[in-house]
Design a protein around this ligand. Sequence first.
Ligand code: WAQ
Ligand code: MG
Length: 252
Amino acid sequence: MLYSIRMRASQGGAHEDGGHHISGAERILNKDDLPKMAEELVRRALYHSKGTADFIRLTIDDIEEEKIISVPALSIETYEAKDVADGHKEVYRFLQKAGISKLAVKKAMEFLLNLPENLRGAALFDAQSGKRLDDTGMRGIRVTRMDFQNPVKANAVLNQQGFKDVHLHEAIVLASKVLSAPHMVGELCWSDDPDYIVGYVSADNTYHRITKMKPLHSSQGGRVFFVDAVQNENDIAQIKRYLENQVVLVDL
Ligand code: WAQ
Ligand code: MG
C-alpha cells in the first residue's frame, strides 16, 4: 500500500491562526519508508533557514492506487541570469512565448514582489487579463499528493546531471503536476528560502530554471499558476480539485 505524507510548519502559531510559514513538503511512499521520512520532514521544519518552527503538522493517509495517474517530467533548461533584473526579463520572454499576456506576467510579478507575507500555497491568475481567480487569500492553493514515480531512480538521474539540491527535485515534481492540470499554461516561482535565489518558469513542457530571481537573504518568494479559457466557477473548482487531490506520480 502507498501512503501520502505531508508536512507543514510555521512560527508564531499554526498557519490558520496567523503563524508565519516556515516550510512544507510531501512524499508518496511505501509503508516501510514512512518512519524515516517522518523524521526527515520534522527535521526540516526544525532546522530551516527561515527559522525554527513552533507548529508542525504531519498528515499521513493511504492512497487508493486505482486513482493514481502518471505524468511525464518536464524537461529542464537553465538560464544563467546576469543579475535579478536579467532573470526577471527572461520570465516575460518564456511566459509570453507560451501565449501568456505581458499584462498577466506584469501583474503576477507585481503580486509576488509586493506580498506582505508569504503564501503557503499559490495564486491562480488568468493568463490574459492577469486577474487573480482563486479566493484562497493569503493561504493560496496548496498542491499536494505527488511524487516521483521512482524516487530512487529520479534522484540518481538528477544527481548525475549535477542537480543535487532538494529544492529542484521537489520543484520538478510540483511543476510537472501543475502543468498537467486542466487549463494550465504556465507557472512562475521562486523560493522563499533566504539562501536560495534560483527560480523557474514552466511552460510548453519545459522547466526553465532562472539562476537569479531575487537578492540573497530575501525571504520573499511565491508561486503563480496561469490558466487560460476559464469560463466560470466550475472550471476553477475543477482546477483546484486536481491540484489539491489528484494523486500524480511524475515519470522522469
Ligand atoms: N503548492 C503550492 N504552492 C506552494 C507549494 C505547494 N505544494 N509549496 C510551496 N509553494 C509556494 C509558497 O507560496 C512558497 O512560499 C513558495 O511557493 C516557495 O516555496 O533549483 O524551493 O518550497 O530549479 O521555498 C525553485 C527552483 C525552488 C529550484 C522553489 O520553493 C531549482 C522552492 P519553496
Ligand atoms: Mg521555502
